[in-house]
Design a protein around this ligand. Structure first.
Ligand SMILES: C[S@@+](CC[C@H](N)C(=O)[O-])C[C@H]1O[C@@H](n2cnc3c(N)ncnc32)[C@H](O)[C@@H]1O
Length: 365
């Protein structure tokens, strides 16, 4: 192979700093026995440079660096101020910070969110049908920018939506504003707040927690607080329905050093053509999957990263959590069609208050 030059390598990396860090990291890995990704028997440092020149490895921030970077960018913004306040109160550890940021950052750009999930249609059809059968008031936790709320309102329901993301709610408010005059637009009511805390002093015969919103409940106490709120808002005969991604062993085993790319695309918010990669870093103790989404503008310019953290709940764990918090399971579907099975990516639980169990409503009577 011809000599590898710094210029060959720089063609694939953002800058010299990234190149030096990556070359050092990769050399260390090769010296410790990692399998080379290009053929040859050069010294580890040369093999590392050849891998970089061949675009086999890329420099990346680890998930904690991404979280810190995101917090730094918030300086001056309202969220930055909130975050500093929250840090003092509750975010004692870097783990807490990562969870907090990972449940916010992805929802800071509703335009990108809308484009990304435009083809996710199975859940839309499922919730549309559910709403068309219900045709009364319902409560949706994690309403976001209304991907589901709008179709449910169009199907005849009155939707009360709770979310803590100001950008997502503002995006939905803009949609409702544009649709002013349409009867369905008047059937959506929004409440900004934390789903573990908001109390509406009203009851609903259908409560939903849609599209992985439940995965932003990271600890048992998060789940217990949330399910307490659900119980306070559910009528005695009402249903609580939620859907979550089911963890797969092979997904959790992905190396955090490996990037998964998709073909380049035009970012709808910045207008830049970007190379997009994802990394997955699973914490098996907390059962949290840290996802780092990275955007690299192909015609130059700073790349940026967005963290997303999802708690991983196994089906039997969900069953136990529901049982010990006073719910009984009526049905568990997989992928919005048949029963939950070995190859299902998404699980949909339909639950109700456990029969014979005294609700806070009946206790008050
Ligand atoms: C994946 S999005 C789902 C949005 C919408 N339901 C959809 O299907 O497109 C999850 C939503 O949950 C919200 N969320 C996460 N944790 C929350 C919390 N503790 N309280 C309120 N909303 C929360 C996020 O802001 C985000 O809008």
């Amino acid at each position: 192979m011809a000599r590898v030059t710094v210029e060959d390598c720089l063609a694939h990396e953002e800058n010299r700093f990234a190149l030096v860090v990556l070359a050092a990291q990769r050399t260390r890995q090769l010296m410790r026995g990692a399998q080379p990704l290009v053929p040859g028997k050069n010294k580890a440092a040369v093999m590392a440079l050849r891998e970089i020149a061949d675009s086999k490895v890329h420099w990346h921030r680890n998930s904690q660096e991404v979280v810190q970077e995101w917090i730094d960018q918030q300086e001056g913004k309202l969220l930055g101020k909130l975050l500093r306040l929250a840090s003092r109160k509750a975010l004692r550890s870097t783990v807490d910070q990562a969870l907090w940021v990972g449940s916010r950052a992805h929802y800071d750009d509703p335009v990108y969110y809308t484009k990304t999930y435009a083809q996710r249609l199975e859940d839309v059809a499922f919730y549309r049908t559910l709403a068309a059968q219900h045709r009364k008031e319902l409560l949706e936790y994690g309403v976001g920018n209304g991907r589901l709320a709008v179709v449910m309102a169009q199907a005849g329901c009155r939707v009360v939506g709770i979310d803590w993301s100001r950008p997502m709610l503002d995006s939905l408010r803009a949609t409702l504003d544009q649709a002013r005059g349409e009867p369905w637009a008047r059937r959506i009511e929004l409440v900004e707040g934390d789903m573990r805390e908001v109390r509406l002093s009203r009851r609903f015969s259908l409560i939903l927690c849609t599209f992985n919103t439940f995965l932003h409940l990271y600890t048992r106490s998060d789940v217990e607080s949330f399910l307490e709120r659900v119980k306070e808002h559910l009528t005695p005969e009402g249903r609580f329905v939620f859907d979550i991604s089911i963890p797969r062993a092979e997904d959790l085993a992905r190396s955090p050093d490996r990037t998964y790319g998709v073909p380049r695309f035009r970012h709808p918010t910045t207008g830049q053509v970007v190379r997009y990669t994802e990394r997955f870093d699973y914490d098996p103790v907390r059962q949290v999957l840290h996802v780092v989404m990275e955007f690299h503008p192909v015609r130059g310019g700073e790349s940026w990263a967005v963290p997303l953290t999802h708690r991983q709940y196994f089906p039997q764990e969900i069953d136990a959590l529901l049982h010990y918090n006073g719910f009984e399971v009526e049905e568990v579907l997989g992928d919005f069609e048949g029963p939950l099975g070995r190859y299902s990516d998404v699980g949909i639980w339909t639950t109700r208050l456990r029969r014979g169990r005294k609700t806070s409503a009946s206790r008050k009577k």
